[in-house]
Write a protein that binds this ligand. Structure first.
Ligand SMILES: [Zn+2]
Length: 112
């Protein structure tokens, strides 16, 4: 992969990380308020608990994605970015464009 492509993915991953960080900050408020406040207007306690579960689940997913992005940025630094972690072949450009944090090529990801 040439330097230009690496810089492109680096910028893209950086933008994704910034977006996620913002969402995580917002979501943190959501996950907290429900827990602290049990009388939330017309929402029943069950509804509130369900909402909180959803907020926590979303948060978990976002944290996982953040980890994947951080790992992808590390791989960019070490020069292993774009190399499939399973078979060692390069991951196609289309796949990296759609999902720059992908760690496996399409055949390997589908084989899982
Ligand atoms: Zn592979």
């Amino acid at each position: 992969m040439n330097k230009e492509r690496q810089e492109y993915y680096s910028a893209k991953l950086g933008a994704l990380a910034a977006e996620l960080r913002e969402d995580l900050d917002k979501n943190l408020d959501g996950a907290k308020t429900v827990q602290l406040d049990t009388s939330i207007g017309r929402l029943s306690r069950m509804d509130a608990m369900q909402l909180q579960q959803m907020a926590l689940e979303l948060r978990r997913r976002q944290q996982n994605q953040m980890l994947r992005i951080e790992n992808a940025l590390k791989r960019l630094e070490t020069g292993t970015f774009g190399v499939c972690a399973r078979c060692g072949k390069s991951i196609s450009k289309d796949r990296l464009d759609a999902q720059p944090d992908a760690i496996a090529c399409v055949p390997c990801a589908e084989a899982r």
